[in-house]
Design a binder for this molecule. Structure first.
Ligand SMILES: Cc1ncc(COP(=O)(O)O)c(C=O)c1O
Length: 475
């Protein structure tokens, strides 16, 4: 008889308890010899889901869930169910996939200045593709710039110049595609240092990039200046608006000061914009846009001599579920401009409460001039002690390093009445705690999408690998 479950003896490891279900649910080390009844499986899954949802539904969490409305998710899940089994690779079977993808791309392109770009420049014909997420929308243009650089300029040792605050997806893309990524320190204002980036551009530069907004501090790089630099040097410019593309246009419409960051700027040649963040779509979708079709061609993969027939795929994946594009499309058309503006107004009200509250705490410093994502540091108290205190009070923020700090990415979850004001009060109490902290070192460190203790830097990579192992290995 196959073993059906194994109780683990070790309740927790260096990352806390990565497998809390060992006691309450069966652990499958191999396929059960006989399938479990679906109702039983559903009952268990419902329990897990409700338990985990309760954690973020407090609203004490930075970013991550973005919408948080269970009715909205239920609607998207109903749409997903209609198309979940359909394979987008076979378009003859699902012309609806072409409708959904084409319309998501067109709506996103329009929101990001495609029409104005066309008016200014007849060559501009913004087009795109749907990917699995921000990382893929970042790495595919890197591939396209590499291929274009090789085809048109004979570049065999491609380089890209980026501000050091750019998302790690760029380092991942550089690693995957053999591109040298030159990460240029940002200025005292924490924004891309355009002069320093100019000095880093050389004959092998295929493209430069900036963020709108960047993940660490929620700041918008000087994209207009980067656009001029790209035109002056003849290289591509990717604007990573994975994190800002679907909210900054609405923040601008509400009257906040948001500099142009999109295809209205003539040097911008590609953009990434996630629908699974501020478009309030389900996780697993993003839009990559190109200024023109010729550049997009460099991203495609085709194969004409395979025994299995002709093969063509625009992005990394082969088979893709149509559910994700159908539900993304449904999120966009049901919310519409009105829905996005309404949500953004509420988010900015909460963000303004937080920013003005923090500005009154002399020990704290807001990094740059953010909009919805607020980076906080201090040169008066150890900010990691403040974070420790906030963790104790149930908050989950994103840790930052260089400078040490954390950010709160304000989403609809923080618009729960009174929550933003409570966050400010808890931060103020955290500063009091940090003034006279315990003798023990602060526990909070900076690990993207998680949290880790403060560590010897030489051990950090090894520890992150161990964390990845622990994320999938059974105890
Ligand atoms: C600025 C920026 N770019 C890229 C990404 C990567 O997106 P994803 O996690 O969807 O791959 C993120 C994610 O937060 C981001 O903030």
């Amino acid at each position: 008889m196959p073993k059906e479950s194994k109780k683990n003896q070790e309740p927790s490891g260096p990352f806390g308890d990565m497998f809390p279900y060992r006691e309450s649910f069966e652990t499958f080390h191999e396929l059960p010899s006989k399938g479990r009844p679906p109702e039983e499986v559903m009952r268990k899954l419902r329990k897990i889901a409700h338990q985990e949802d309760a954690r973020w539904q407090t609203g004490q969490i930075s970013g991550t869930y973005f919408h948080g409305g269970m009715e909205h998710y239920a609607f998207l899940n109903r749409v997903f169910a209609l198309f979940s089994h359909v394979n987008l690779l076979h378009r003859d079977m699902c012309p609806s996939g072409t409708k959904f993808e084409g319309e998501i791309i067109a709506m996103t392109a329009r929101m990001l200045g495609a029409e104005l770009a066309r008016e200014q420049d007849p060559q501009a014909d913004v087009c795109g593709a749907i990917t699995s997420g921000g990382t893929e929308s970042v790495i595919l243009p890197m591939l396209a710039y590499r291929e274009k650089g090789r085809a048109e300029r004979g570049i065999t040792a491609p380089e890209m110049v980026v501000p050091e605050t750019i998302h790690p997806a760029f380092s991942k893309g550089a690693h995957f595609f053999g591109i040298k990524l030159i990460r240029v320190p940002v200025g005292a204002d924490y924004l891309a240092n355009v002069d320093a980036m100019r000095r880093a551009i050389g004959p092998n530069t295929i493209a430069i990039a900036g963020s709108a907004a960047n993940f660490p501090h929620g700041l918008i790089d000087p994209i207009e200046k980067l656009s001029e630099l790209a035109l002056e040097t003849g290289v591509g410019l990717h604007v990573d608006s994975c994190f800002g593309g679907f909210i900054l246009p609405w923040i601008a419409k509400l009257g906040y000061d948001v500099p142009a960051f999109d295809f209205r700027l003539p040097g911008v040649t590609s953009m990434s914009c996630d629908t699974h963040k501020w478009a309030y779509g389900l996780k697993g979708a993003s839009v990559v846009l190109y200024r023109n079709r010729a550049l997009r061609r460099h991203m495609y993969f085709t194969m004409n001599d395979w025994q299995g027939g002709l093969y063509a795929a625009p992005t990394v994946a082969g088979t893709r579920s149509e559910g994700i594009v159908a539900s993304t499309w449904a999120a966009m058309v049901t919310l519409g401009e009105e829905g996005y503006l309404k949500a953004t107004r509420r988010i900015m009200k909460a963000a303004d409460t937080i920013k003005s509250g923090i500005a009154k705490i002399p020990e704290l410093k807001i990094i740059g001039k953010p909009t919805y994502c607020i980076g906080i540091t201090s040169d008066k108290v150890d900010i990691r002690h403040v974070n420790d205190f906030l963790v104790e009070r149930g908050w989950r923020l994103n840790g930052l390093q260089r400078p040490a700090g954390f950010h709160m990415c304000v989403t609809l979850l923080q618009t729960i009445p009174g929550l933003a004001a409570r966050f400010v009060r808890d931060i103020a109490a955290g500063v009091e705690y940090a003034r006279n902290p315990p003798a023990t070192p602060a526990r909070s460190g900076a690990m993207y999408a998680g949290s880790a203790s403060s560590l010897d830097p030489s051990m950090v990579d090894e520890l992150m690998m161990a964390y990845l192992d622990a994320s999938t290995d059974l105890p």
